[in-house]
Design a protein. Structure first.
Length: 377
């Protein structure tokens, strides 16, 4: 049984569609391990710390992650998200949440709603969907054909990974990726969104606002007592419930959302516009951005920008697309419930320019012990 959704089905729906009531829920860093999967909670993203001198970087090469959660924990890639939340707040009430998803899924769905919001041609994608609990929370699981890649010596894909190694410092040994989990309201639904954060900037450092912002707005006010939270030795392990392979190391410190940043590198003659980056920054409510341009592995004039004003303007300017995204998400929730609670959402532009939601059989998306969180009185 399938349901097809076209862009025309989304006209004239909810307005305005803005993100409100943003709050940080939890975070974690993956820890390199040859055996069982381990995350450090709250973990910490790499710290933005540019080198003192201009450095010639090698091109990206070797093993890289495409979707680290699925690569590290392929059996249940959504488990780290929930484990991190309940580690931070054992009383969290998931029954109040309408949609749990990765940022990547929302980026793909937004590109379907309005292909002009991306500089790339439409690409096929698939997203698994499942309804959990009587409250009807819809969980969206990212699906990738490959969760890792190997960049060979004869390939050139840029300097992005090498740039992050050179311009940031990891404060947790053997950490390989930091994920953030936030909650907000959008279009009448409550979301929990997970995404990978590239780095954080020292809250004591001044960051210039993009696009003629007032001078007194150059430093964002922090909402958490970052100085009261510190790294520990990380030797405490929570092996989790019976049947779970995922272990938690209590290590790191909470970094406020206001201090997180996204990093983007590109060759010097191809400018990175805020419009290109806006959907990604908007979905995760990431306020800061580094746009780094290279010429033969050398980077000049690299700095951190506060783009929050620009992202707010982008949100207002793109209400036609965002109201359609809000309508699409409400329709997805309704359709997945109507099709029995377990589906795959697919888009194949070469075959049809419609989103296809198909009922799916298969194993549950979460371990049994997590489903009990929806039954708690």
């Amino acid at each position: 049984m399938t349901v097809n959704i076209s862009r025309d089905d989304l006209k004239g729906h909810l307005s305005p569609a803005t993100i409100t009531d943003v709050r940080h829920l939890s975070s974690y860093s993956w820890i390199k391990s040859a055996e069982e999967p381990i995350i450090a909670v709250p973990g910490i993203p790499p710290k933005w710390q540019p080198p003192m001198t201009r450095t010639q970087l090698a091109k990206d090469s070797g093993f890289q992650y495409v979707a680290q959660n699925a690569a590290r924990h392929p059996e249940i890639p959504m488990e780290p998200l929930f484990r991190a939340i309940y580690e931070a707040d054992p009383t969290f009430d998931v029954r109040c949440i309408d949609v749990v998803t990765d940022r990547n899924n929302l980026r793909k769905l937004l590109s379907f709603v309005d292909p002009q919001l991306t500089r790339y041609s439409p690409e096929p994608f698939a997203i698994q969907a499942e309804v959990a609990g009587k409250s009807g929370t819809v969980i969206l699981n990212r699906v990738e054909a490959q969760t890792t890649e190997f960049i060979g010596p004869g390939q050139f894909v840029g300097y992005g990974h090498e740039f992050e190694k050179a311009y940031t410092t990891r404060e947790i040994p053997n950490s390989t990726g930091h994920h953030r989990i936030i909650n907000y309201n959008f279009g009448g639904l409550s979301y929990v969104v997970r995404y990978e954060a590239d780095a954080y900037v020292d809250p004591q450092e001044s960051v210039p606002m993009t696009d003629d912002a007032p001078e007194d707005s150059s430093v964002t006010t922090l909402t958490s007592n970052i100085d009261d939270l510190s790294l520990d030795d990380g030797m405490i392990l929570d092996s989790g419930p019976v049947g779970s392979r995922l272990s938690i190391r209590k290590q790191g410190r909470v970094i406020p959302l206001d201090s997180t940043l996204e990093i983007k590198t590109r060759i010097v003659h191809k400018p990175i516009s805020i419009v290109d980056m806006a959907p990604q920054l908007w979905i995760s409510q990431t306020p800061k951005l580094v746009r780094a341009y290279y010429s033969w592995g050398l980077f000049n004039d690299v700095f951190v920008e506060d783009t929050s004003i620009m992202i707010n303007r982008w949100e207002l300017a793109n209400q036609p697309a965002l109201t359609k995204l809000a309508a699409l998400m409400r329709l997805i929730v309704e359709v997945v419930k109507g099709l029995g609670g377990r589906c795959v959402i697919g888009y194949h532009p070469e075959a049809t320019d419609e989103l296809v939601i198909q009922r799916m059989d298969g194993k549950p998306m979460l371990p049994l012990y997590l489903y009990s969180k929806w039954d708690t009185a």
